[in-house]
Design a binder for this molecule. Structure first.
Ligand SMILES: C[S@@+](CC[C@H](N)C(=O)[O-])C[C@H]1O[C@@H](n2cnc3c(N)ncnc32)[C@H](O)[C@@H]1O
Length: 263
């Protein structure tokens, strides 16, 4: 899946920052799940507040062959009219919903996920010459990686009840705190993620760290974030970002990774 804030490009810089060992993996802001798919842990709990997204992953885990059949159909029929026809569909059952979600994700502008206030997906079609919608190898691989995972729709605060052991590893990738008032991108879902949520998240981080759970968090490099996590090791990494308030604007920006452990 393409996802705003996707971590695919950063994995190399993340590598030395992961804890050296753990038994169970937790990712409560799953999005595109780049870190999960990279690490492919044996036992994991994956969650996101977006129920549409979680239901797609469940289909990939449990029903990959039927899902592929439907994606093959979308691939064959894809054109502008078809895109807007599929975009207008709603109240679908799990399987056609998952196929629609992946189809729109692969063909919409920048792979953005945005809903209007009625909860309808409203991103226009992207300008891809030949988007790959039906990709059996990748989807089978994703399905295999997801086999032993628990997938939940929930708020991130629930994670303190689930990750409790010293051998647990929690990766926190929240919507980033905006580095300037014009760069805010918080429209993943109807729920906003402002300073209040960032402070709640800091409490969650501390609680987990206090119980010895290994925690790693990413966020934007700004004074607010550095100040929130001043009691923990903060590592700076460099990212090339393509999705921001100006749509196509790209550039290198620093981000931070906070760990509850020394690396
Ligand atoms: C930065 S994205 C994660 C990107 C992901 N790591 C990747 O590589 O694609 C943040 C995710 O947090 C989710 N989210 C927003 N508010 C949340 C909340 N209160 N609880 C749990 N998840 C939330 C969004 O739906 C979004 O998928």
């Amino acid at each position: 899946m393409k996802w705003a804030g996707g971590k695919g490009q950063l994995l190399e810089q993340y590598e030395p920052l992961f804890p050296s060992s753990w038994t169970r993996y937790f990712e409560p802001f799953l999005g595109g799940g780049a870190v999960f798919f990279h690490l492919q842990p044996q036992r994991s709990l994956l969650a996101d507040v977006n129920p549409s997204l979680i239901s797609v992953y469940r289909c990939v885990r449990d029903n990959v062959d039927e899902l592929l059949e439907r994606l093959e159909e979308h691939q064959a029929l894809h054109c502008k009219d078809y895109y807007y026809e599929v975009r207008s569909q709603h109240n679908l059952t799990a399987l056609p919903h998952a196929a629609r979600f992946i189809y729109l994700n692969k063909t919409c502008f920048n792979g953005l996920y945005r809903e209007n206030l009625k909860g309808q997906f409203n991103v226009p079609m992207g300008r891809y010459k030949k988007p790959t919608i039906h990709d059996p190898e990748r989807l089978w691989a994703a399905s295999k990686a997801l086999q032993d995972t628990e997938l939940l729709t929930q708020d991130f605060t629930e994670i303190i009840r689930q990750a409790t052991r010293k051998s647990d590893f929690v990766f926190l990738d929240p919507p980033y705190h905006p580095i300037s008032s014009t760069s805010s991108f918080t429209s993943y879902s109807k729920m906003a993620f402002g300073e209040l949520q960032q402070r709640q998240l800091r409490k969650v981080f501390s609680k987990l760290a206090d119980s010895g759970v290994k925690v790693m968090l990413s966020n934007s490099d700004c004074e607010f974030v550095r100040d929130l996590y001043r009691d923990f090791p903060i590592h700076t990494i460099s990212a090339s970002r393509s999705i921001n308030s100006k749509g196509g604007r790209r550039g290198k920006v620093n981000e931070v990774v906070v760990t509850s452990y020394r690396v």
